[in-house]
Structure formats: structure tokens, C-alpha cells
Design a protein around this ligand. Structure first.
Ligand code: ADP
Length: 522
């Protein structure tokens, strides 16, 4: 005890009060004999409560090797340093970087152990989170479905600086004029690291064969994209993304989305991060989808024509019947003792006109039924509306539907395929007719007007029962139908057509209670 006291009151210990590091002394029994101000601040125990207590008990010291082993070490070697977990008075866990040294008197007898400690909890937490984010980044780098590349960009930086020094001001133009220079830059850009997806996409199973120049992976047709990415990096954009063709180590070319990112910290280090997504499957899927949509549109048109057979038959029958009647009349005039050639001429002219009408109708139906790719041209929307109504004239009459046209004259033309636009309007009219089958009053109002926000609006409003609130959001979903024999493809196809023209279509209920469809075309 007296030995310990001699440490406690020994010369020089007062100086320790001035030190920010926490310093305490424990005797050979482990009891605290000295406790500086920094200890009070760090551990939350005032000196009067700490002095005399068993240090490791009061502070809850813990170490993976066990405290006894550390004590044994300091006793035999005279010192120990390392990291300890401890508890503050309020229960908070601390990580302490501690240095222990065994104090001896002049005779070499051990007196006690001095500990100098530093709280490194905060630093550890930062280190931990850094390690974690590095780990997360590495994990991401490896696990992403995309192919990732780390490239050494320094040679390009040097070359670009030389170009500027030589007076080149328009880098993009210079690259366009000297594609060979861009190839040279590719040759000098080396791959530092790639993830597994890159090995799968570009390689043959061996990552190291990819850690070379990037040049072989760029077909000459894609040189321009590489050049643009350099211009983007130099002009301090944060990233650059472009669809292009890239090449595997075996020489197979494929469609890829190339993205280079240039975060300033990486650029300072000369590191360029590049991501590549294989688009070949997506492009194939898109092509299949387009083909499928075209098939569907075609099927819907044909099925609509099927529904309209009565109407079509009637349309063609009319001129045919007129031709027959006029032909018979003409024959009668010819068979007279004195043939009236004037009458025959008039009748023949009518026959020609009727035959033309029939041919027109057939052409219209054939163009509806034919599988042809859309042909865009400027269209007068009002005329297309009138044609669609004309097409359904017989059907509308048979169902006792009154059609009102509120068409604003002289609207700007819309760029569209005429047949497809007709199909949209015919679809909306057929739906309106079907919706009003049970209604007393059957009225369809077609309106066109210029929209305040630009573009043209076509409204198709009926006096039917309207659309149930819960169905409003589903009308344009494929196969949604409330009809016993419905296909649920009419409106989705209308939407596909309208959107392919850069427009939109919406459904709502009108003030009168019927349905109102609005097609907005730009
Ligand atoms: P289908 O006519 O084969 O049902 P659509 O896609 O053309 O397929 O229409 C989907 C559904 O939208 C219809 O079943 C109907 O419930 C509703 N609908 C479409 N037009 C109208 C309308 N004018 N009034 C009320 N409901 C309508």
C-alpha cells in the first residue's frame, strides 16, 4: 500500500493533470490509486468514486485474449499495449487504445501499473463504416449484373494535355478528324480491374487476359463513342452514357449500353469507372415485342372487320345494286327502236362512278386488313374523323345512333398513319355503340379542338351508362373487358397507336353520365 502511495504522490504526477490523455495507476492488486481529470471526463467516474476500486471491474475491461493474459504480459515483460473495450459510468461502450507500463522502484520491485489511454471509439466507428462502404462497393462491383471496369485514364489525360498545349481547342472535332489518335488512346488505356460479370460477358473464364489495353474491345465503328466519352470527361461532366457496339475477346460484337463515370476524386487519381450492360437480349426482346404488337394490331383490325361485315357488305352492295339498275336501264334505252344514246351516256357515267365507289370501299377495307407498316404523313384530323364515321355509317344508322360533329376548322395537321388513326376512331365509335345498346337515347359527339398546351384534342363522348369508377384505371389494360364476348384489346391497341404517334389517350365520365375518351395528338 505504501508503495502504491509513493507512485500516487511521486514527483511529476501533477503534470499528468494537464494531459488530455486519460492516465490512471493501479496497484498490484488492481485497485485504482491515481485517476486524472481526463479519466473523469472519459469514464464519467469522479476521483472519489474511482480511487480504491478494482480498475477492471469498475471499467468493465474486456479483451479477446482475456484480461488475465494481458496482466501476465505486463508483469513479465513490463509493458502491454493494445485495444480494450470498456464501459462508461452511463453504460456507453468505449474502445480504448491503452498502453500499460509496470512501475518499479529503484530496487526493481514492482509498484503498480500506469495506464495511458485514448478513446478511439469514434475513429473506429469511422474506420468501420469506411471498411463497410469499401466492402459494399467491392461487393457491388463484383455482384452487379452489369459488367464493370476500372481503367487507368492517366495516359489519356497526358495526351489530352499535349493536344491542348499544341493549340487544339475543339477536342471533339479533332477526334473526329483523327480517329487513329482515338485508337491510340484506347491502346494506352489499361484495364486495372473487372468484375465477374465482365469475365462472363467479354472473356473466356480467365480474368487476367482482360487486364490489358481496352482497344480490342472497341470495334472501329464505335471509336466515336469512345472519343465522346473522353470529351465528356475533359469537359467535367459527371458521366457519359451511350448505346454502342462492343466486342468480346473472341471477336463477337454485341449491342451494349456503355456508361463511363467521372467522379472528381477518381479523376484526380486517374481512374475511370466504366459500366457495360449487354443489350442484345433486350433488343431481341424489343424486336419480338414490336412484331407481337404488329400482329395484335392486325388481328384486332381483322376481327373488327369481321364485326363490321354487315356494314361492309351493305356499303359494297349499294353501288353494285346501283350499277345493276343503271345497266338494266341502259339496256332498255338501247333496245328501243331509236336508241337514246344521251340517256345511255348518263347511265354509263353513273355506272362508272358507282364502280369507282365500290372500288374505293374495297381499297379502304383492304388497307385496313392488310399487314402493312405504318406510313406517316400530315393528316387533316377532321377528315379522318369524317371518314371513320362514313365507314360506320350503316351500322350507326341501323342502331339509331345520332352522330354530332363539333369539328374546329383549320386545325394544324397531325403526323400520322391515316389507317391507324381511323382505326382508333372506329374502335372508340364501336365501343360507344356497344355501350349504348341498352340506352334510350343514343348519341355520339365527336369534337376536335386545339389544346391550350399545344397539340390537338379529339373527344369521343357517348350518352351510354359511362364507366364504373373502379374500372376507370383498368380500361387500357390488355384483356380487360366487361363484355361477354369482348377481347379487351380495343383500347390497349388504341393506346399503343396513339402513343406511337407521341400522343396520349384518356378515359373519363362526362357530365351527362356517358363515357368520354380524349385523344391528345401533338
Ligand atoms: P372490349 O370492347 O373487347 O371489351 P376494349 O379494350 O375496347 O375491349 O374495352 C374495354 C372495356 O372498356 C369494355 O369492356 C368496357 O367495359 C369499357 N368501355 C370501353 N368503351 C366504353 C364506353 N364508351 N362506355 C362504357 N364503357 C366502355
Amino acid at each position: 500500500m505504501s508503495d502504491a502511495q509513493s507512485i500516487e504522490s511521486g514527483p511529476g504526477l501533477d503534470v499528468l493533470e494537464l494531459i488530455h490523455e486519460s492516465i490512471f495507476v493501479r496497484d498490484l492488486n488492481g485497485r485504482i490509486r491515481y485517476w486524472n481529470q481526463a479519466c473523469v471526463a472519459l469514464y464519467g467516474w469522479p476521483a472519489e468514486q474511482a480511487l480504491g476500486k478494482l480498475a477492471h471491474e469498475l471499467l468493465g475491461s474486456q479483451h479477446a485474449d482475456g484480461i488475465e493474459a494481458l496482466e501476465a504480459q505486463v508483469n513479465s515483460l513490463g509493458r502491454w499495449d493494445g485495444e480494450l473495450t470498456r464501459q462508461r459510468a452511463n453504460g456507453q461502450t468505449l474502445l480504448i487504445d491503452a498502453r500499460w507500463s509496470l512501475h518499479k522502484n529503484a530496487q526493481g520491485d514492482a509498484l503498480g501499473i500506469v495506464e495511458i489511454g485514448r478513446d478511439i471509439s469514434a475513429r473506429k466507428a469511422i474506420e468501420h463504416s469506411l471498411a463497410e462502404s469499401e466492402y459494399r462497393y467491392r461487393n457491388l462491383f463484383q455482384a452487379m449484373a452489369a459488367s464493370f471496369w476500372e481503367l487507368d485514364f492517366t495516359p489519356i489525360g497526358t495526351m489530352v494535355r499535349q493536344l491542348f498545349a499544341a493549340g487544339v481547342s475543339d477536342l471533339a472535332q479533332h477526334f473526329a478528324d483523327h480517329p487513329q489518335l482515338v485508337r491510340e488512346m484506347m491502346l494506352r488505356t489499361r484495364v486495372l480491374d473487372v468484375n465477374e460479370q465482365t469475365v462472363r460477358l467479354f472473356g473466356r473464364g480467365d480474368k487476367t487476359e482482360l487486364l490489358q489495353s481496352v482497344e480490342p474491345f472497341w470495334p472501329s465503328a464505335s471509336t466515336e463513342v469512345f472519343a465522346h466519352s473522353i470529351v465528356a470527361a475533359v469537359s467535367r461532366q459527371l458521366n457519359y452514357s451511350k448505346e454502342t457496339r462492343l466486342r468480346t475477346i473472341d471477336g463477337r460484337e454485341f449491342d451494349a449500353l456503355f456508361t463511363a463515370s467521372f467522379p472528381p476524386e477518381n479523376m484526380k487519381k486517374g481512374i475511370l469507372m466504366v459500366g457495360v450492360i449487354d443489350l442484345s437480349e433486350r433488343n431481341q426482346a424489343f424486336a419480338a415485342l414490336e412484331r407481337m404488337q404488329a400482329e395484335l394490331m392486325h388481328a384486332a383490325r381483322v376481327s373488327m372487320l369481321g364485326e363490321l361485315t354487315a356494314s361492309i357488305a351493305h356499303e359494297i352492295n349499294q353501288p353494285l345494286a346501283a350499277i345493276a339498275t343503271n345497266g338494266e336501264a341502259g339496256l332498255r334505252w338501247l333496245n328501243r327502236p331509236l336508241p337514246n344514246t344521251e340517256e345511255v351516256r348518263t347511265l354509263t357515267e353513273r355506272m362508272v362512278a358507282d364502280a369507282r365507289r365500290a372500288a374505293d370501299i374495297i381499297t379502304r377495307i383492304r388497307s385496313m386488313a392488310r399487314h402493312q407498316s405504318p406510313q406517316r404523313a400530315p393528316q387533316v384530323l377532321n377528315n379522318v374523323v369524317k371518314e371513320a364515321v362514313q365507314f360506320l355509317r350503316h351500322e350507326l344508322q341501323a342502331q339509331g345512333v345520332e352522330v354530332r360533329l363539333k369539328l374546329t376548322p383549320n386545325l394544324p395537321k397531325v403526323q400520322a398513319d391515316r389507317t391507324l388513326l381511323q382505326q382508333v376512331i372506329v374502335n372508340l365509335l364501336v365501343n360507344a355503340m356497344q355501350a349504348m345498346a341498352e340506352s334510350e337515347q343514343r348519341q355520339i359527339t365527336l369534337s376536335t379542338r386545339a389544346h391550350d398546351s399545344g397539340g390537338i384534342e379529339l373527344g369521343v363522348e357517348d350518352s351510354g351508362p359511362g364507366i364504373a369508377e373502379e374500372n376507370l384505371g383498368k380500361l387500357f389494360d390488355s384483356f380487360f373487358t366487361t363484355k361477354a364476348s369482348g377481347m379487351g384489346m380495343g383500347l390497349p391497341i388504341c393506346r399503343t397507336i396513339v402513343e406511337s404517334l407521341g400522343g396520349s389517350i384518356t378515359a373519363a365520365n362526362s357530365d351527362g353520365g356517358g363515357a368520354r375518351f380524349v385523344v391528345h395528338l401533338s
